[in-house]
Design a protein around this ligand. Structure first.
Ligand code: TLP
Length: 344
């Protein structure tokens, strides 16, 4: 039996040996009393890397995004996000259910709103409408296919939003993928935003965790909201220790995942019946359009290749540390057969 090539997500990555050693050796304390030195170190390192003053370790990206909304907004405030933003599709509606905010999806040309698109979509304050409060960015953009947006994009939106009294949150679950792909420091992509969330548990391979970063004042406020949603953890330095290894040792190697995603995209683009927009493959995500995504994914699974159907015609493949060059070749071969078999 050949091993499975798991391209469903980079969230399936296993912690490295160095992470397991660091976890076993971690100095810990009660983090609700702010006595865990390893968590403090992780929060400071993450904040520095993304160009902000303070950080807050959260159990997941979903929690960090939710805490950001709770800390920025009041009930009834409007949150403006691209129609395909992860927060609107895959975070169980937490911004409405728990934060009481009003999601306002914006149709954008390439996944993240520009100042012009915001100008058209965000109304001036008016008693009839939810109060405009937060603009949402995502870099890289998951459903757009891992597209990376350059620093000017964050800066332009932040300038526009701040001039109107709005705040900007950046969902940077894969911010380091964007930084590596663009060859810029992550801080250049994130510092103009008021807050940013980065995940440690995706391509960086830590088992758990995301860090929410922002000003000291914002993070103090967010710390309280994290407690409200049950996210105050105790000797959690055992997890933060893996996160430190992720930030120190696992960022540069993301370039390998990007190289393989490109090879995969180019391979898939040659398969009759599969359409791939190779220009949009900037990082580790490849979107393939087919006639019947569910049937193709099922055939792939039966042949040891796992991928996700995002909608009836789109399949998502994500490269990561456990997918090698041979895995990419196997995926392309399996797709060739799968598309033929799905037509029968
Ligand atoms: N994304 C996961 C799934 O939820 C779809 C994946 O496999 O890609 N923001 C973005 C842009 C994300 O891609 C994700 C996870 C999150 C937030 C949420 O992070 P977690 O899973 O840690 O709650």
């Amino acid at each position: 039996m050949q091993p499975v090539v798991d391209l469903r997500s980079d969230t399936v990555t296993q912690p490295t040996e160095r992470m397991r050693e660091a976890m076993a050796a971690a100095r810990v304390g009660d983090d609700v009393f702010r006595e865990d030195p390893t968590v403090a170190e992780l929060e400071q390192l993450a904040a520095r890397m993304v160009g902000h003053r303070a950080g807050l370790f959260c159990s997941s990206g979903t929690m960090a995004n939710l805490v950001a909304v709770l800390a920025h907004c009041q009930r009834g405030d409007a949150v403006f996000a691209d129609t395909d933003a992860h927060v609107l599709h895959y975070e169980a509606g937490g911004l409405a259910v728990l934060a009481g905010t009003f999601p306002q999806p914006i149709r954008t040309a390439d996944g993240n709103p520009t100042p012009e698109e915001l100008e058209a979509a965000v109304p001036p304050p008016d008693v009839h409408r939810p109060h405009p409060r937060l603009v949402w960015l995502e870099n890289t953009h998951n459903r757009a296919g891992g597209v990376a947006y350059p620093p000017e994009r964050t800066a332009a939106v932040a300038w526009w939003a701040h001039a109107r009294g709005l705040r900007v949150h950046l969902d940077g679950a894969r911010l380091f993928n964007a930084a590596v792909a663009l060859g810029v420091p992550a801080a250049d992509l994130a510092s103009p935003a008021d807050s940013v969330m980065v995940s440690l548990s995706k391509g960086l391979s830590a088992p758990v965790g995301s860090v929410l970063c922002g000003s000291e004042e914002f993070i103090e406020h967010a710390r309280r909201w994290r407690k409200v949603v049950g996210g105050g953890m105790r000797q959690v330095g055992v997890l933060a220790a893996a996160g430190l290894v992720a930030l120190r040792e696992m960022v540069d190697r993301l370039a390998e995942d990007h190289r393989r995603a490109r090879a995969l995209a180019e391979g898939l683009a040659q398969v009759p019946g599969v359409a791939v927009d190779t220009h949009r493959v900037h990082t580790n995500i490849v979107l393939a359009r087919v006639a019947d995504a569910a049937a193709v994914v099922e055939h792939l699974r039966a042949h040891g290749v796992l991928a996700l159907a995002l909608d009836p015609h789109t399949i998502r493949f994500v490269t990561h540390r456990h997918v090698d060059d041979e895995g990419v070749e196997r995926a392309v071969r399996a797709m060739r057969e799968a598309v033929v078999s799905a037509r029968r």
